[in-house]
Write a protein that binds this ligand. Sequence first.
Ligand code: ATP
Length: 270
Amino acid sequence: MAGTAATTAPTGTAPATGELIRFDGVTKRFGANTVLDSLDFTVDPGKHVTLIGPSGSGKTTILRLLMTLTRPDEGTITVDGQYLCHEEKNGGLVPAGEKHVREVRKNIGMVFQQFNLFPNMKVLRNITEAPVHVLGMSQDEADERARGLLDLVGLGDRCDAYPSQLSGGQQQRVAIARALAMRPKVLLLDEVTSALDPELVAGVLDVLRDIAHTTDITMLCVTHEMNFARDISDCVLMFDEGKVIESGHPDKIFTEPENERTRDFLSAVL
Ligand SMILES: Nc1ncnc2c1ncn2[C@@H]1O[C@H](COP(=O)(O)OP(=O)(O)OP(=O)(O)O)[C@@H](O)[C@H]1O
């Protein structure tokens, strides 16, 4: 289960735990703005965790830290027992080199609000490009796997289409298949339906529900779709001012929130 975890000072050795993700005292600032303030939380393998909270509370920053699109100012992030942004040297921790970061990041896939497909490549090739060129998978194996993933997202018959020939919802489903093609242990979802026309949202959420319920992938999800969060989450983390102010099972958070700010937030969005 995810939740807040005790702060431990960084030492030379990554904590030997069963957690897949661990944030230990992570602080992130943009200028004078402290977006994450000594944040501690953990996510166990196979769990689905949703981050909720007011606009600007740091949810997307957490996903961007995991993708190493930005780096923490203080604290450590561990993914599958390995430091993400640090390496051990002479019994201490130093900022990690690009090779180390790339290796650890292979565990993580992300689907963004914008689908970012390659417009000049057919759907199948959009999915096989990274497994072939980054993981070194053979083209045949990558093709076979991509076809299976397209079936999973309900687009098994659109391998030869170009992205421009698909609806936004279909393009987002291809983006989901593309993220899964890299066999990540963790799938990060950042408001993946926000850019879609309302009638296309349900199809994408259904695919994600299916993936959550039929695979063992770990999910970390930022969404304003509270019914979806309720359906898939093992744990909801409520953020405010860069900290987790409440966490727990969605049945509890959505029906009996303890924190007044959680109650105010939920009554505004539900
Ligand atoms: N690259 C950046 N440079 C400066 N400030 C940034 C940058 N990225 C994020 N911020 C600031 O960090 C804060 C947290 O942003 P973040 O996108 O993580 O919030 P959020 O909780 O995901 O919000 P929303 O629900 O609106 O997407 C905001 O005040 C934002 O303006």
